[in-house]
Design a binder for this molecule. Sequence first.
Ligand code: NAD
Length: 250
Amino acid sequence: DAFNLTGRTALVTGASQGLGAGFAVTLAAAGAKVALAARQAGKLAELQKTIEDAGGTAHAVAMDVTDAASVRAAFDDAEAALGPVDVLVNNAGIAIPKPFLEVTEADWDAVVDTNLKGCFLAGQEAARRMSQHGGGSIINISSVLGQQVIGQLASYCASKAGLIHLTKAMGLELARVGVRVNAICPGYIETPMNSEFFHSPAGEKLVKGIAQRRLGQADDLDGALLLLASDASRYMTGTVVTVDGGFLLG
Ligand code: NAD
C-alpha cells in the first residue's frame, strides 16, 4: 500500500524515549529499517530489542544533534549498517520552562542549539547524502507552540517557529534534488515524561482548551508520520501538518 516503507531506511533522532521511540516502532512496523539515534546509544538496547522481537530491523547509533561531527559519524554508522538513509525524522528536542526575565544565555543556547540548529545539522547531512542517491524525505518535529505562544517557553516557541521556516526554506531549495522536507506540529501528546503534569489541575485545565477534549497519544501521530515518510506524500514539500485535536482552533 501507499504507506509501505519496505526497502527504505529511516533515521530517528532522540529515539531513546517518548515520541521518538514511538516513531521508530511505527516506521519499523511499516517495513523500514530504522537507525535509532541518541546521545547515549546504550539507552537504545531495549527499543532495538522491541523492534527486532516484532520482526523489524533496527540499529543503534550515538548522535548528539548539536555537534556536527557527531551527526556525520552517526550517519556513517547508520548507513554502514542499514544502507543509505531515505527518511530522517528530526525529533530530538528540549524545553527549559522559565519566566522570560530569568532565561539565561545558556538556557537559550541549549534550547535553540537542540531544536533548531540540530535540525539544520542533521537535515543538511541527510540532504547531502539523499541528493546523491535519488532523494528522500525529511520530517521535522515542530510543535503547535511554533504557531502559537504560551508563557514561560519563549526559547522553545521561538525555536519551533524557526523550525517551521527552516522546513519551508529547505523544501524550496531541495526539491530539485528530490528531497522533500515537511514538518509535523504535534499538540499536547501524553508521554511518560509529561503525564504527571497533564493529570495535575493546571494540566487538566489545559486539556479543556483542546477542541477534542482529550490529550493526544503517541500513536495519534502515526498517520501524519507515515504519510510524510512514504511516497503517499510525493507531491508535498515545505508543508506543516498539525496534529493537535483542534487545540489551535482556540
Ligand atoms: P522527550 O524529552 O521524551 O524526548 C526528547 C528526546 O530528545 C530525548 O530522548 C532526549 O534525550 C533527546 N535529545 C535531547 N537533546 C538531544 C541532543 N542534543 N541530541 C540527541 N538527542 C537529544 O520529549 P518528547 O515529548 O518525546 O518530544 C519529542 C519531540 O516532539 C521534541 O522535539 C518535542 O519538542 C516535540 N513535541 C512534543 C510534544 C508533546 O506533547 N510531547 C508536543 C509538541 C512537540
